[in-house]
Design a protein around this ligand. Sequence first.
Ligand SMILES: *[C@@H]1O[C@H](CO)[C@@H](O)[C@H](O)[C@H]1NC(C)=O
Ligand SMILES: CC(=O)N[C@H]1CO[C@H](CO)[C@@H](O)[C@@H]1O
Length: 330
Amino acid sequence: MLFDAPKTAGLLGLLAGAAKAQYILDSFYDANNFFNEFSFFTEPDPTHGYVNYVDGDTAFGMGLASADDNIIRVGADSTESNPDGGRKSVRMVSNKAFTRGLIIGDFSHMPGSICGAWPAFWMTGPNWPNQGEIDIIEGVNNDDATAVTLHTGPGCIISNEGTDPATELKETDCNAGNAFTGCGQQTFNPLNYGDGFNNNEGGVYATEWTSEFIAVWFFPRGSIPQDIADGNPDPSSWGFPIAKFVGTGCDIESIFRDHQIIINTTFCGDWAGGVWDSNEICKARAPTCNEFVGNNPEEFQEAYWAINNIAVYQNAVAPNGTVIARSFNA
Ligand SMILES: *[C@@H]1O[C@H](CO)[C@@H](O)[C@H](O)[C@H]1NC(C)=O
Ligand SMILES: CC(=O)N[C@H]1CO[C@H](CO)[C@@H](O)[C@@H]1O
Protein backbone atom coordinates (compact mmCIF):
# COMPACT_ATOMS: atom_id res chain seq x y z
CA MET A 1 0.00 0.00 0.00
CA LEU A 2 1.45 3.33 -1.03
CA PHE A 3 -0.35 5.69 1.29
CA ASP A 4 -1.83 5.49 4.72
CA ALA A 5 -5.47 6.43 4.95
CA PRO A 6 -5.35 10.08 6.09
CA LYS A 7 -2.65 10.93 3.59
CA THR A 8 -4.57 9.29 0.77
CA ALA A 9 -7.61 11.33 1.74
CA GLY A 10 -5.45 14.44 1.71
CA LEU A 11 -4.05 13.66 -1.71
CA LEU A 12 -7.43 12.86 -3.20
CA GLY A 13 -8.84 16.06 -1.81
CA LEU A 14 -5.89 17.89 -3.27
CA LEU A 15 -6.30 16.29 -6.68
CA ALA A 16 -9.98 17.20 -6.67
CA GLY A 17 -9.56 20.77 -5.49
CA ALA A 18 -5.97 21.56 -6.45
CA ALA A 19 -6.41 25.14 -5.31
CA LYS A 20 -3.57 25.51 -2.90
CA ALA A 21 -0.12 24.07 -3.21
CA GLN A 22 0.92 21.36 -0.78
CA TYR A 23 4.65 21.59 -0.38
CA ILE A 24 6.95 18.73 0.41
CA LEU A 25 10.69 18.97 0.98
CA ASP A 26 12.83 18.33 -2.10
CA SER A 27 16.31 19.51 -1.04
CA PHE A 28 17.78 20.87 2.16
CA TYR A 29 21.16 22.57 2.47
CA ASP A 30 22.90 23.47 5.69
CA ALA A 31 26.44 23.52 7.06
CA ASN A 32 26.57 19.71 6.91
CA ASN A 33 26.15 19.40 3.15
CA PHE A 34 26.31 22.87 1.58
CA PHE A 35 29.88 22.67 0.26
CA ASN A 36 29.14 19.24 -1.30
CA GLU A 37 25.97 20.42 -2.98
CA PHE A 38 27.12 23.88 -4.13
CA SER A 39 30.22 24.52 -6.28
CA PHE A 40 32.69 27.39 -6.40
CA PHE A 41 32.33 29.45 -9.58
CA THR A 42 35.79 30.65 -10.60
CA GLU A 43 35.32 32.21 -14.01
CA PRO A 44 35.61 35.93 -14.67
CA ASP A 45 32.59 37.83 -13.33
CA PRO A 46 30.01 38.03 -16.13
CA THR A 47 29.05 41.47 -14.78
CA HIS A 48 32.62 42.85 -15.13
CA GLY A 49 33.17 43.46 -11.46
CA TYR A 50 36.47 44.23 -9.73
CA VAL A 51 36.34 40.75 -8.27
CA ASN A 52 38.39 37.58 -8.32
CA TYR A 53 36.13 34.60 -7.61
CA VAL A 54 38.36 32.04 -5.92
CA ASP A 55 38.21 28.25 -5.78
CA GLY A 56 37.38 26.16 -2.73
CA ASP A 57 40.97 25.58 -1.58
CA THR A 58 41.73 29.30 -1.69
CA ALA A 59 38.44 30.23 -0.06
CA PHE A 60 38.80 27.78 2.85
CA GLY A 61 42.49 28.64 3.20
CA MET A 62 41.82 32.37 3.44
CA GLY A 63 38.74 31.98 5.63
CA LEU A 64 36.40 33.24 2.90
CA ALA A 65 34.31 30.05 3.23
CA SER A 66 33.54 27.98 6.30
CA ALA A 67 30.93 25.72 7.82
CA ASP A 68 31.57 26.11 11.55
CA ASP A 69 28.94 26.26 14.31
CA ASN A 70 26.25 25.06 11.90
CA ILE A 71 26.52 28.26 9.85
CA ILE A 72 27.56 28.47 6.21
CA ARG A 73 29.80 31.50 5.72
CA VAL A 74 30.91 32.81 2.31
CA GLY A 75 32.33 36.21 1.64
CA ALA A 76 35.03 38.55 0.42
CA ASP A 77 38.59 39.29 1.47
CA SER A 78 39.03 42.33 3.71
CA THR A 79 42.83 42.37 4.02
CA GLU A 80 44.47 42.90 0.61
CA SER A 81 45.02 46.39 -0.79
CA ASN A 82 44.64 46.84 -4.54
CA PRO A 83 44.64 43.11 -5.32
CA ASP A 84 45.55 42.29 -8.91
CA GLY A 85 42.48 41.25 -10.84
CA GLY A 86 40.04 42.34 -8.17
CA ARG A 87 39.04 41.72 -4.57
CA LYS A 88 38.86 38.00 -3.79
CA SER A 89 35.34 36.78 -3.22
CA VAL A 90 33.21 33.67 -3.43
CA ARG A 91 30.37 32.77 -5.73
CA MET A 92 28.50 29.54 -4.97
CA VAL A 93 26.25 27.72 -7.44
CA SER A 94 23.92 24.82 -6.59
CA ASN A 95 24.75 21.58 -8.39
CA LYS A 96 21.06 20.81 -8.73
CA ALA A 97 18.71 22.82 -10.93
CA PHE A 98 15.06 23.44 -10.11
CA THR A 99 11.88 24.16 -12.03
CA ARG A 100 9.09 25.69 -9.92
CA GLY A 101 9.04 25.18 -6.19
CA LEU A 102 9.23 27.05 -2.93
CA ILE A 103 12.76 28.17 -2.11
CA ILE A 104 13.27 29.24 1.51
CA GLY A 105 16.59 30.72 2.64
CA ASP A 106 17.32 31.52 6.27
CA PHE A 107 20.19 34.03 6.55
CA SER A 108 21.66 35.58 9.67
CA HIS A 109 23.92 37.98 7.77
CA MET A 110 24.45 39.32 4.26
CA PRO A 111 26.98 41.79 2.86
CA GLY A 112 26.31 45.16 4.49
CA SER A 113 25.31 48.40 2.76
CA ILE A 114 28.90 49.04 1.66
CA CYS A 115 30.03 51.33 -1.15
CA GLY A 116 31.27 49.19 -4.03
CA ALA A 117 29.53 45.98 -2.94
CA TRP A 118 26.99 44.18 -5.10
CA PRO A 119 25.63 41.10 -3.32
CA ALA A 120 22.98 38.80 -4.74
CA PHE A 121 20.99 35.70 -3.85
CA TRP A 122 19.38 34.62 -7.09
CA MET A 123 18.52 31.84 -9.52
CA THR A 124 19.14 31.47 -13.22
CA GLY A 125 18.62 29.03 -16.09
CA PRO A 126 21.28 27.51 -18.36
CA ASN A 127 20.89 29.76 -21.38
CA TRP A 128 20.67 33.36 -20.15
CA PRO A 129 18.26 35.07 -20.48
CA ASN A 130 16.04 32.53 -22.24
CA GLN A 131 15.30 30.31 -19.25
CA GLY A 132 14.91 33.32 -17.01
CA GLU A 133 16.64 34.78 -13.98
CA ILE A 134 15.05 35.48 -10.60
CA ASP A 135 16.93 37.97 -8.42
CA ILE A 136 15.64 37.55 -4.89
CA ILE A 137 18.06 39.60 -2.79
CA GLU A 138 20.05 42.16 -4.71
CA GLY A 139 21.31 45.69 -4.28
CA VAL A 140 24.42 47.83 -4.66
CA ASN A 141 26.52 50.28 -2.67
CA ASN A 142 24.71 51.82 0.30
CA ASP A 143 21.27 50.51 -0.71
CA ASP A 144 19.10 49.71 2.28
CA ALA A 145 16.36 47.52 0.73
CA THR A 146 16.29 44.74 -1.84
CA ALA A 147 15.22 44.97 -5.46
CA VAL A 148 13.46 41.85 -6.73
CA THR A 149 13.87 41.40 -10.49
CA LEU A 150 13.16 38.92 -13.28
CA HIS A 151 15.15 38.79 -16.51
CA THR A 152 13.98 36.91 -19.64
CA GLY A 153 14.15 36.89 -23.42
CA PRO A 154 11.58 38.94 -25.39
CA GLY A 155 7.85 38.46 -24.81
CA CYS A 156 7.44 38.37 -21.07
CA ILE A 157 5.31 41.17 -19.61
CA ILE A 158 4.32 40.74 -16.00
CA SER A 159 1.77 42.30 -13.68
CA ASN A 160 2.49 43.05 -10.03
CA GLU A 161 -1.01 42.17 -8.87
CA GLY A 162 -0.85 40.88 -5.32
CA THR A 163 2.39 42.69 -4.41
CA ASP A 164 2.65 44.54 -1.10
CA PRO A 165 1.44 48.08 -1.95
CA ALA A 166 4.58 49.50 -0.28
CA THR A 167 6.73 48.10 -3.11
CA GLU A 168 7.38 50.13 -6.25
CA LEU A 169 7.06 48.49 -9.67
CA LYS A 170 9.90 49.76 -11.87
CA GLU A 171 9.26 47.89 -15.12
CA THR A 172 6.83 45.28 -16.46
CA ASP A 173 8.88 44.02 -19.44
CA CYS A 174 11.28 41.34 -18.21
CA ASN A 175 13.34 41.81 -21.37
CA ALA A 176 13.80 45.56 -20.77
CA GLY A 177 17.26 46.79 -21.71
CA ASN A 178 17.86 43.61 -23.73
CA ALA A 179 17.23 41.68 -20.49
CA PHE A 180 19.94 43.56 -18.59
CA THR A 181 17.38 45.78 -16.85
CA GLY A 182 14.58 43.24 -16.58
CA CYS A 183 11.32 43.75 -14.73
CA GLY A 184 12.07 44.93 -11.22
CA GLN A 185 10.26 45.79 -8.03
CA GLN A 186 11.99 48.01 -5.50
CA THR A 187 11.16 47.34 -1.87
CA PHE A 188 11.56 49.83 0.98
CA ASN A 189 11.87 47.80 4.17
CA PRO A 190 15.36 48.43 5.61
CA LEU A 191 15.13 45.18 7.57
CA ASN A 192 15.35 43.20 4.32
CA TYR A 193 18.82 44.21 3.10
CA GLY A 194 22.34 45.17 4.13
CA ASP A 195 23.03 46.85 7.47
CA GLY A 196 19.39 46.87 8.59
CA PHE A 197 19.09 43.16 7.86
CA ASN A 198 22.29 42.39 9.76
CA ASN A 199 21.38 44.52 12.77
CA ASN A 200 18.22 42.43 13.14
CA GLU A 201 20.04 39.08 12.74
CA GLY A 202 18.68 38.67 9.23
CA GLY A 203 15.61 36.67 8.45
CA VAL A 204 13.96 34.40 5.92
CA TYR A 205 13.37 34.92 2.21
CA ALA A 206 10.75 32.64 0.64
CA THR A 207 10.24 32.47 -3.14
CA GLU A 208 7.19 30.68 -4.52
CA TRP A 209 7.53 29.82 -8.20
CA THR A 210 4.50 28.25 -9.89
CA SER A 211 3.37 27.96 -13.52
CA GLU A 212 1.49 31.22 -13.11
CA PHE A 213 3.55 33.49 -10.89
CA ILE A 214 6.76 34.10 -8.97
CA ALA A 215 6.41 35.72 -5.55
CA VAL A 216 8.95 36.66 -2.88
CA TRP A 217 8.23 37.09 0.84
CA PHE A 218 10.58 38.45 3.46
CA PHE A 219 10.23 37.73 7.18
CA PRO A 220 12.58 39.51 9.60
CA ARG A 221 14.07 37.53 12.45
CA GLY A 222 11.40 37.41 15.14
CA SER A 223 8.52 37.33 12.62
CA ILE A 224 9.15 34.04 10.83
CA PRO A 225 5.90 32.11 10.37
CA GLN A 226 5.63 28.98 12.48
CA ASP A 227 4.77 26.84 9.44
CA ILE A 228 8.21 27.68 7.99
CA ALA A 229 9.94 26.84 11.25
CA ASP A 230 7.95 23.59 11.33
CA GLY A 231 8.99 22.60 7.80
CA ASN A 232 5.40 22.68 6.61
CA PRO A 233 5.25 25.99 4.71
CA ASP A 234 1.90 27.36 3.54
CA PRO A 235 2.37 30.53 1.46
CA SER A 236 -1.40 31.08 1.34
CA SER A 237 -1.20 32.10 5.00
CA TRP A 238 1.63 34.64 4.65
CA GLY A 239 -0.09 37.81 3.47
CA PHE A 240 1.40 40.13 0.86
CA PRO A 241 4.69 39.14 -0.78
CA ILE A 242 7.21 42.01 -1.09
CA ALA A 243 7.11 41.32 -4.83
CA LYS A 244 4.82 39.22 -6.99
CA PHE A 245 5.19 38.76 -10.74
CA VAL A 246 2.05 37.40 -12.35
CA GLY A 247 2.44 36.01 -15.85
CA THR A 248 -0.52 37.76 -17.43
CA GLY A 249 1.63 38.51 -20.49
CA CYS A 250 4.32 35.97 -19.83
CA ASP A 251 4.35 32.20 -20.14
CA ILE A 252 6.20 31.59 -16.91
CA GLU A 253 5.78 27.82 -17.21
CA SER A 254 7.56 27.52 -20.54
CA ILE A 255 10.22 30.22 -19.98
CA PHE A 256 11.47 29.66 -16.44
CA ARG A 257 13.29 26.29 -16.31
CA ASP A 258 16.16 24.52 -14.63
CA HIS A 259 17.42 27.24 -12.32
CA GLN A 260 20.52 26.89 -10.21
CA ILE A 261 20.65 28.80 -6.94
CA ILE A 262 23.54 31.28 -6.76
CA ILE A 263 25.02 33.37 -3.98
CA ASN A 264 27.59 35.96 -5.00
CA THR A 265 29.26 39.13 -3.88
CA THR A 266 30.92 41.15 -6.56
CA PHE A 267 32.32 44.68 -6.56
CA CYS A 268 31.72 47.61 -8.90
CA GLY A 269 31.11 46.31 -12.43
CA ASP A 270 28.03 46.98 -14.51
CA TRP A 271 25.72 48.05 -11.70
CA ALA A 272 27.58 49.08 -8.52
CA GLY A 273 30.28 50.73 -10.64
CA GLY A 274 27.82 52.02 -13.22
CA VAL A 275 25.92 54.13 -10.67
CA TRP A 276 29.01 55.29 -8.69
CA ASP A 277 29.05 58.79 -10.18
CA SER A 278 25.42 59.39 -9.28
CA ASN A 279 25.81 58.17 -5.68
CA GLU A 280 26.89 61.20 -3.63
CA ILE A 281 27.78 59.25 -0.51
CA CYS A 282 30.03 56.73 -2.27
CA LYS A 283 31.42 59.21 -4.78
CA ALA A 284 32.60 61.36 -1.85
CA ARG A 285 34.78 58.47 -0.65
CA ALA A 286 36.73 57.88 -3.90
CA PRO A 287 36.64 59.07 -7.51
CA THR A 288 35.93 55.59 -8.86
CA CYS A 289 34.37 52.45 -7.47
CA ASN A 290 37.45 50.32 -8.25
CA GLU A 291 39.72 52.73 -6.37
CA PHE A 292 37.48 52.61 -3.33
CA VAL A 293 37.28 48.83 -3.31
CA GLY A 294 41.01 48.44 -3.96
CA ASN A 295 42.24 50.96 -1.40
CA ASN A 296 39.94 50.15 1.51
CA PRO A 297 40.05 46.42 2.32
CA GLU A 298 38.87 46.98 5.90
CA GLU A 299 35.57 48.36 4.57
CA PHE A 300 34.69 44.83 3.46
CA GLN A 301 34.74 43.06 6.81
CA GLU A 302 30.95 42.85 6.66
CA ALA A 303 30.89 41.68 3.03
CA TYR A 304 29.91 38.10 3.81
CA TRP A 305 26.86 35.86 3.87
CA ALA A 306 25.98 33.73 6.90
CA ILE A 307 23.40 31.15 5.90
CA ASN A 308 21.59 28.92 8.36
CA ASN A 309 19.96 26.83 5.66
CA ILE A 310 18.27 26.81 2.27
CA ALA A 311 15.28 24.51 1.74
CA VAL A 312 13.60 23.78 -1.58
CA TYR A 313 10.06 22.39 -1.49
CA GLN A 314 8.05 21.13 -4.42
CA ASN A 315 4.32 21.06 -4.90
CA ALA A 316 3.11 17.50 -4.35
CA VAL A 317 1.13 17.76 -7.59
CA ALA A 318 2.87 18.93 -10.79
CA PRO A 319 0.91 21.21 -13.20
CA ASN A 320 0.21 18.18 -15.44
CA GLY A 321 -1.45 16.38 -12.54
CA THR A 322 1.40 13.99 -11.82
CA VAL A 323 1.77 13.33 -8.13
CA ILE A 324 5.47 13.87 -7.56
CA ALA A 325 5.34 12.84 -3.93
CA ARG A 326 3.88 9.74 -2.44
CA SER A 327 3.03 11.24 0.88
CA PHE A 328 3.07 14.51 2.73
CA ASN A 329 1.76 15.93 5.95
CA ALA A 330 -1.84 16.52 4.98
C1 LIG B 1 4.49 15.83 -15.47
O1 LIG B 1 5.29 16.75 -14.75
C2 LIG B 1 6.32 16.16 -14.00
C3 LIG B 1 6.98 17.23 -13.15
O2 LIG B 1 7.36 18.33 -13.90
C4 LIG B 1 7.30 15.49 -14.95
O3 LIG B 1 8.35 14.89 -14.21
C5 LIG B 1 6.56 14.44 -15.74
O4 LIG B 1 7.43 13.88 -16.68
C6 LIG B 1 5.35 15.05 -16.45
N1 LIG B 1 4.59 13.97 -17.06
C7 LIG B 1 4.11 14.06 -18.29
C8 LIG B 1 3.32 12.89 -18.75
O5 LIG B 1 4.31 15.04 -19.00
C1 LIG C 1 26.69 40.02 -6.82
C2 LIG C 1 26.85 39.49 -8.18
O1 LIG C 1 27.91 39.04 -8.58
N1 LIG C 1 25.80 39.54 -8.86
C3 LIG C 1 25.80 39.06 -10.17
C4 LIG C 1 26.25 37.65 -10.20
O2 LIG C 1 26.27 37.30 -11.54
C5 LIG C 1 25.02 37.42 -12.21
C6 LIG C 1 25.12 36.88 -13.58
O3 LIG C 1 26.27 37.25 -14.17
C7 LIG C 1 24.47 38.80 -12.18
O4 LIG C 1 23.20 38.86 -12.78
C8 LIG C 1 24.40 39.17 -10.74
O5 LIG C 1 23.86 40.41 -10.64
